[in-house]
Design a protein around this ligand. Structure first.
Ligand code: AGP
Length: 613
């Protein structure tokens, strides 16, 4: 989704802004722009397409001396919501006078009446965007104090925003504000950086302030002053960023996705380390902050999330029911937030989100709080909005996930959900012996994943056979059913092959009509309860001429015989199997997409964190 960078300080601002935009490219965008001051006049360059195109234009069109001398400015990558990805719709947008520039993430919901009101006053608009309306509104309120003008404008808008505002009238400051869309301010040595994402900031400093909703910050090269919309100072703690520059780089891999797939043994090790209690056959997750009594009295677990995070929840559902004997449900966050769910204090709502910023998941959290449920989160990004608003939960510690297609976050989410279910189970009906069995299986996950990763060549060969396919079906049962859904999502996201995941039994209730000679069916038939039934479903597909690529347990010759081609993954506890299976499918999708020449880290139309409904 859209990305914001603002820079003010001792370095060349143009270089810092373009470099910052490059760090945001992974979020997905379709146009970019930058604004700095040239001898007191606002200079804006914008272009549809990539940051590289913007950088070329800036270097070709702006005076060389300005490239070196500009000390402040703002920049943006836009993911189109209101209007096509054109030059005029790209940010920064200017106010009527051309002296105030503004970049914005989010959606101004009441932009139409505001625009009509401003037009009636003689304002002229050059884009179809909601953002330009906000820029004009700030200009309309400006009477010598940019901070006040921004506050007055924000009082009038409905919707969500993360903004950075820069003006030739007050060139020593950038005004930043947020409501529902993240803004982080990095405080370096003689330089301050505003960004929608901490990955921009690590190259400059690790000292940051995360703005809260309705915070407005006056950002100068050597100071940050945070106030609310009514000009009352607010105290925001300075946090230390845990990530390093290296983890925001590709580290020799061709794509971030490949790097993140290969990082999984380490990421999973980090998610698991110190969280298993072998003496009790349980898990230690202090962030859940639950008393034994709360665990014992709990009535229901409801997991909410979107996309890959939703699939992780579906694996968790099996674990909570089997281990803790508790009713577990998983719901698409957008559906949950609007369907008036019946909730009470004995319902655990677990919001699952890699980014911790997904708009629908955040709204689901607020709905659950409103209804008095016991809400916690499972996030990767430390300090993200969902993590902060839930106040309790478990961090994944998977490290920054840059590729739009989620990989290490998924497997870490599943591992943490298994530990949550283990802890809950031991507080309820699970025996120490069974708890210990699962704890040992969880401990072995990094090694299981390594044993899948070493089969890269084999997986690439399987992928090569699917490069020309335009449809593919993934099937599985039990915890391998969500793994099949996730496998299909990965393939469609990055290779643009039409892929669907189905419960193996569901195929014959309709989708089997789509199978014909050679259609690839990826069958997850590892040795878990229900395998024989899946093998029966495989035969039904074969009878329609489908080409079966099997994922089976190591040494399971019987299952392999049902497949045209086959990949073996290590045997483990049935609840854990979804993890190595998912890793195999991640690599499979990666190689298909690579062989098709797709743009893997930033697939078309997709964004890393979806901060609009
Ligand atoms: C995964 O590959 C996707 N890009 C997407 O489905 C993602 O999982 C979804 O948007 C939810 O994001 P979150 O985990 O950050 O909330």
């Amino acid at each position: 989704m859209c990305g914001i960078v603002g820079y003010i300080g001792k370095q060349g601002a143009v270089g810092a802004l373009i470099k910052g935009l490059r760090k945001l490219e992974y979020r997905g965008y379709d146009s970019a722009g930058v604004a700095v001051l040239d001898g007191g006049a606002m200079l804006v360059t914008k272009t549809p397409g990539k940051v590289a195109a913007l950088s070329e234009r800036v270097r070709a069109e702006w005076p060389a001396e300005l490239l070196a001398s500009a000390r402040a400015g703002i920049a943006h990558t836009r993911w189109a919501t209101h209007g096509l990805p054109t030059q005029s719709n790209a940010h920064p947008h200017l106010d009527e006078t051309g002296r105030i520039a503004l970049v914005h993430n989010g959606i101004i919901e009441n932009y139409r009446p505001l625009r009509a009101r401003l037009e009636a006053k003689g304002h002229h608009f050059h884009s179809e965007t909601d953002t330009e309306v906000l820029a004009h509104l700030v200009g309309e309120f400006f009477s010598g104090d940019l901070f006040q003008a921004v506050c007055s404008a924000l009082h009038q808008v409905e919707g969500t925003f993360g903004i950075a505002v820069f003006s030739s009238l007050e060139p020593d400051r950038i005004i930043a504000a947020r409501r529902g869309s993240p803004i982080v301010v990095g405080m370096g040595d003689g330089e301050t950086i505003v960004a929608s994402d901490a990955s921009v900031i690590v190259a400059h400093t690790h000292r940051v302030i995360f703005l809260d909703d309705n915070d407005v910050a006056v950002v100068k090269a050597d100071s940050v002053d945070v106030r609310d919309l009514d000009n009352v100072p607010v105290n925001r703690a300075v946090a230390e960023l845990g990530m390093d520059v290296e983890s925001a780089e590709k580290g020799g891999y061709e794509h971030f996705m490949l790097k993140e797939i290969h990082e999984q043994p380490e990421a999973l090790g980090n998610a698991i380390r110190g969280r298993l209690d072998f003496a009790l056959g349980s898990a230690v997750l202090s962030g859940m902050n639950t008393s034994p009594r709360e665990l014992a009295e709990l009535k229901r677990v409801i997991m909410v999330g979107c996309g890959t995070s939703l699939h992780a929840g579906l694996v968790g559902e099996y674990a909570f029911e089997e281990l803790a004997g508790v009713n577990a449900e998983v719901e698409q966050a957008a559906e949950f937030r609007y369907r008036n769910p019946i909730l009470g204090s004995r319902d655990f709502v677990i919001a699952i989100s890699q980014s911790g910023e997904t708009a629908d998941t955040l709204a689901a959290v607020r709905e659950a709080h409103q209804k008095g449920a016991f809400v916690m989160s499972l996030c990767n990004v430390v300090g993200s909005t969902i993590a902060r608003e839930t106040g309790r939960g478990v961090y994944l510690h998977a490290g920054p996930e840059i590729s739009v297609a989620s990989t290490k976050a998924f497997t870490s989410q599943v591992a943490v959900l298994l530990m949550m279910a283990l802890k809950l189970g031991r507080g309820r009906r699970l025996s120490r012996e069974h708890g210990l069995e699962l704890a040992r299986a969880i401990e072995s996950i990094p090694e299981l994943v390594t044993r899948v990763l070493v089969q890269d060549d084999r997986i690439r060969a399987l992928a090569a056979g699917c490069v020309r396919d335009e449809h593919a079906y993934f099937i599985g049962r039990g915890p391998l059913y969500p793994a099949a859904l996730e496998g299909a999502l990965k393939l469609k996201e990055i290779s643009y092959i039409h892929a669907e995941g189905y419960h193996a039994a569901e195929l014959k209730h309709g989708p089997i009509a789509l199978l014909s000679k050679g259609t690839p069916v990826i069958a997850l038939a590892c040795d878990i309860p229900g395998k024989d039934k899946t093998l029966g479903n495989v035969e039904e597909c074969r009878a329609r001429g489908a080409r079966i690529i099997g994922v089976v347990s190591e040494g399971d010759g019987e299952a392999a015989e049902h497949m045209d081609e086959c990949l073996e993954i290590p045997r483990t506890h049935p609840l854990v199997t979804a993890i190595p299976a998912a890793v195999a499918l991640q690599l499979f999708s990666y190689h298909v997409a690579r062989l098709r020449g797709c743009e893997i880290d930033q697939p078309r139309n997709l964004a890393k964190s979806v901060t609009v409904e």
